[in-house]
Design a protein around this ligand. Structure first.
Ligand code: XIL
Length: 421
């Protein structure tokens, strides 16, 4: 009896031990499989970010995805000059603060964007004044904004898009009035205002080794030689499907070899609409290539996508006929690129459940900002993207290109493609 009982116990113990061993073997796999993109990135000390705007923060769908899938956030438009100093000397950081607060509340790193740019500049910045006065305008702005976010912004895009495609400096109001020294002045003022923030120069079409990225490479070497504070370069990476530059990693490495950080700061991979399965598969491989190239280089510390899903992508408005450029679709479902990015960071992807989407929504049409030289000419200025349970619809206003000062208007969409205002 005793013996049989012992045997039974032994058998039971054996079964339990085997079960524990099985669970132990399987559990880590489940745990790994259950990780979000942010968790996979954080586990390897990498940053995966999204741009965020105040209107995104008000969207529960956007929040559900962004809160859990990203560990870094960049000010989308809220940190730009037109938002922060619309009138000389009168600073308004309320909207940018909301992004910083969101980052803090959700444990994300904050990237500041952007202190000096030729675009989204209020008209007063370019009114007639002496070079000395213009320089003071620049220094005052950089100082005020960088001080305001000191201790909160881990990185700043101090100077945005300073180059022409041929690698010469863009003929902005800054270059025209101050010459190349405006870049050093901006960096020096930013360092003084926030000694802890990493200071970046950010541009597009500088992902591969080419004339423009070589112009950037030569500039940062000149700055370093002159003792100007410069910590990193941002490669925006607004890419077209199938067109990841083959020299991306080589380009990243030549910058990190200078002791700089590199970040991919505004990644999207646009597809001619409608996007088919082959294109989405190609896009996944493009995302894998970009994130993989960055993750493979020690000094490449993060990748930020320029939005979360179709609804907050700037692509449909600025590149008519293109879209489907981000990791999540019209209904916040992960595209194949999501899995590719998780895998590029060494994780095992579990495709997240999309948040519930209301079947009837009314959204405000918003005018895009003025002064978008270089980007603005590529698309209409007003777009509205509406998500329904069935599919996303886009309802651009009929008629001629709307005026720049057009006020926001509302659209009601009862069915895909059927919108009234
Ligand atoms: C874009 C925003 O996403 C749009 O909402 C805005 O209308 C125009 O600017 N390079 C940059 C970003 O550095 O600031 C731009 O963001 C996209 C191109």
């Amino acid at each position: 009896m005793k013996h049989r009982s012992w045997t039974r116990h032994a058998r039971t113990a054996g079964v339990v031990a085997a079960a524990i061993a099985l669970v132990a073997a399987v559990l880590p796999a489940f745990a790994a499989a259950g990780q979000t993109l942010a968790q996979v990135a954080t586990a390897r000390g990498f940053h995966i970010g999204t741009a965020a705007g105040v209107r995104n923060l008000a969207s529960s769908q956007w929040r559900q995805v962004a809160d859990t899938q990203f560990n870094s956030v960049t000010m989308g438009n809220e940190g730009k000059w037109d938002a922060t100093e619309p009138t000389q000397g009168q600073f308004d950081f309320a909207a940018a603060d909301a992004i910083a607060d969101y980052a803090a509340a959700t444990g994300k790193r904050l990237r500041g964007h952007t202190l000096v740019w030729h675009s989204q500049l209020p008209a007063w910045v370019s009114t007639d004044r002496t070079a000395a006065a213009q320089r003071q305008v620049l220094i005052d702005h950089v100082t005020a904004e960088a001080s305001h976010f000191a201790g909160r912004a881990a990185q700043w895009d101090v100077v945005n898009e300073p180059f022409n495609e041929d690698g010469t400096l863009r003929s902005s109001v800054w270059l025209q009035r101050l010459g190349e020294s405006y870049i050093a002045d901006a960096l020096t003022a930013a360092r003084a205002a926030d000694p802890a923030a990493k200071l970046f120069i950010n541009d597009y079409n500088v992902e591969g080794v080419n004339a423009k990225s070589t112009g950037l490479y030569n500039l940062v070497q000149r700055l370093q030689a002159a003792g100007v504070p410069i910590d990193g370069v941002g490669l925006q990476a607004h890419l077209i499907v199938g067109q990841v530059p083959s020299t991306l990693r080589q380009n990243i490495e030549r910058f990190t070899a200078l002791g700089l950080k590199v970040e991919i700061t505004e990644l999207d991979v646009r597809i001619p609409l409608p996007a088919d399965t082959a294109e989405l598969t190609q896009q996944a491989s493009d995302y894998r290539a970009v994130v993989g190239a960055c993750a493979a280089v020690a000094g490449c510390t993060g990748v930020t996508t320029w939005g979360v899903g179709e609804v907050d992508s700037w692509i449909p408005a600025f590149f008519p006929g293109y879209g489907a450029a981000l990791l999540f679709d019209e209904q916040w479902r992960a595209r194949p690129a999501y899995t590719a990015v998780v895998e590029a960071l060494g994780g095992t992807a579990t495709v997240p459940d999309p948040p519930a989407v209301p079947s009837l929504v009314t959204v405000a049409a918003y005018p895009f900002e003025t002064g978008l030289a270089g980007w603005g000419s590529r698309g209409s200025e007003v777009t509205t993207q509406v998500t329904t349970a069935a599919q996303a619809v886009s309802c651009p206003p009929a008629g001629p290109r709307p005026g720049r000062a057009r006020p926001a208007r509302s659209w009601t969409c009862s069915a895909p493609g059927s919108c009234t205002r």
